[in-house]
Design a protein around this ligand. Structure first.
Ligand code: ASP
Length: 282
């Protein structure tokens, strides 16, 4: 089987960030070329994205309305291995904790329990809040105050969604994996969990492919987007056509994007700009 990988920097991400998507895809492809699993490839690809301060997770994660940084991340493969963390704080790479959860009896840990679990497994304390996240947070608060918000965020009044990260891969044994990591968005209450760690919504992997979603988590959960796109792949659509069908489930006012791989190639579709990359190139 010819290995494949695709990565993205989030619905609404600046296309200038393509370099990090490419670096991430290259890191994942390195794992795949030496015979590693799609799961390992996706994890390594996501770490590269979490370690870039321009993405909205890991060292670049945004703050919530109360000023805290809480992140969601998850991994799933086509053997039905699943691991995720939700609203986790004070770790540098939430995807590493998600992988540890996969090896536990559970599939998803949240909040204080997730942090405790991370520490018990040797994951050190890391505070991702920095000057830049403070500036973005103050800007978000000012927009909430002034009512400067897009239609879809009317409940919050104010903000641009961007820079969540994700990756999907196929390995030489024919296994698929999907992974996501996010700092959410600036108009979130502490404790809010988006689609990113929710199987079927933010990610899905099965014997025919792997899918990752990005955009307004609440809307993505409502349509169970990643599973919907996967079902299209299963009923013989290409990964590209399946992604296009997935985005058609939303009105233009809802920022949303998706990437996918099947046995033959990768697909992507987003109703906003989205930095992404895939290997091998077509
Ligand atoms: N889907 C993520 C969330 O709702 C955000 C994003 O993809 O930009 O938390």
């Amino acid at each position: 089987m010819r290995p494949l990988i695709a990565t993205h920097c989030g619905s609404g991400s600046d296309k200038k960030m393509r370099d990090v998507a490419e670096k991430s895809a290259a890191a994942g492809m390195k794992v795949l070329r030496r015979g590693g699993s799609a799961l390992d490839a996706v994890e390594e690809a996501i770490v590269v994205l979490e370690d870039d301060p321009r993405t909205n997770t890991g060292i670049g994660a945004r703050r919530r309305v109360d000023g805290t940084v809480q992140m969601d991340a998850a991994l799933m493969d086509s053997r039905m291995n699943i691991g995720g963390v939700a609203a986790i704080m004070n770790v540098r790479n939430p995807i590493r904790v998600a992988r540890l959860v996969m090896d536990s009896p559970h599939v998803l840990l949240a909040g204080d329990g997730a942090i405790l679990f991370a520490r018990q497994h040797g994951v050190p304390f890391f505070d991702p809040s920095n000057k830049e996240s403070e500036e973005k947070w103050r800007d978000a608060l000012a927009k909430i105050e002034s009512g400067d918000v897009p239609e879809w965020a009317a409940k919050w009044r104010g903000f641009r969604f961007r820079d969540t990260v994700g990756a999907v891969a196929l390995d030489k044994n024919g296994d698929f994996a999907a992974g996501s990591s996010t700092g959410g968005h600036p108009y979130m209450l502490p404790g809010r969990v988006g689609d990113s760690p929710i199987v079927g919504a933010g990610l899905y992997a099965g014997p025919r492919g792997a899918v990752i979603a990005t955009g307004v988590g609440e809307e993505i959960i409502r349509v169970v987007l990643s599973k919907a796109v996967y079902d299209h792949i299963e009923s013989k659509h290409t990964a590209m056509n399946a992604c296009i069908s997935g985005i058609k489930l939303f009105t233009d006012t809802v920022p949303v994007g998706v990437i996918a791989v099947d046995r033959k190639g990768w697909g992507e579709c987003c109703n906003r700009d989205m930095a992404w990359a895939a290997l091998p190139r077509r």
